[in-house]
Design a protein around this ligand. Sequence first.
Ligand SMILES: [Ca+2]
Ligand SMILES: [Ca+2]
Length: 436
Amino acid sequence: MSGVRTALRPLLLAIPLVLVAGGPHDASNDPTVDGARPAGGTPADVHSDLPWLPIDGPWASVRLRDGVDPDSLGALLARGRPLRSAPIWRVPTEDLPALVAHPAVAQVWGLGAAPPPPDDIPPVTPDFDEPPTWRDQRRLRPLGWWPGGLGEGILVVDVEYDFDPSHEDLANNPPALLAGVGLRNYVGHGNACLGLVGASDDGYGITGGAPLASLAVVHPTPDEETWDPAWAIEQALEHLEPGDVLLIEQQYPTGKGLGPITSEPGAWEAVRAAVDAGIHVIEPAGNRGVDLDDPDFDGWFSRGNDSGSIMVGGVEDGAWNGQSGFGTRVDLHADTGGEHAPGWTQMSDAFFPDADPRQAYTARFGGTSSASAQVASLVAAVQGVAFELHGEPIGPAELRSWLVATGEPQEPTSAAEHPVGVGPDAQRAVRAWLAW
Ligand SMILES: [Ca+2]
Ligand SMILES: [Ca+2]
């Protein structure tokens, strides 16, 4: 386990909230009582008016009157335990009736079950995750029933322009920033990619394909003036371990339009080094319809010059989407017709209450960026299963070939003219690998 991964281990927080602190006693100098007193209620002795107090859990609390010696309550507190810092005792709720009757007790209140963390910022955000979603298409949802199938133990590092860690749909799986300077551009793009990979299954927004994977970000900008994806890949490698995933949400100008990041030789070398270190590298084929088999590229994108990455193209309804980079080098594709995803100010068509960017969502996140994030989540989920069942990761070349071998073919005419690989199927890949 890397330090990053450990540090990111969520936060399934024991927040034993004191649901309501208060009671009808002399509250004039008791800050805990505010808001708990019923309208029109008069401060009174706790003994006289217990029933409205919200005491519904197995544990409750009692505050003793100032200066009271707990020993004076005798056996009444025998099953309780004191807080160190205040004359307050946690006691079994069933002991309350006897305690309430005692003149040394000033106040009682309940301790129910921990409420969910308050991460869905008001107002309530819809659940955009109604099936069938892209996770169903990729057979990721049932993979969650397998041990490790939610990406447990896998770190996904996204090389990403920027993101907003305060977005509500990243709050339960917060991405760590590992390196680089965010320039506050394309923030929604980062939120969307990170969300498709690892947004939590928490009843609002979306659920990523690997919601229990740990997320981290490296910006491709080491400073405000410099764009250097190879540097970013090397920074990520400092934190990644075999079986982890590197998603590179960047493109490069090929001379025929924006294409894969490994068009740039430095990035190609960095990707090769990452793959040789056992990392699954996912890169988009780009969105300018570049023919990667064009003779002008002189075989740069041929299998003979394979960086080892999983190159991802885009389809709609099983056929080339009209924009994705294409060629025999493209390994996998995903649907780019538009997904619900966390957004930001400029990606807020689905939900944007009070113009709050922290709870902005788009219904139209597409392109090979979206497709690559989907594939990255799938790889993390499949790899999580591999770790759980075999205790060691599948190598990058092996996993890529399993995904290609078990994928859904592109529509034949489209595949002949604009090949973008196959559509991965997480269930089939895992079953085939297990049976092998
Ligand atoms: Ca909300
Ligand atoms: Ca969510």
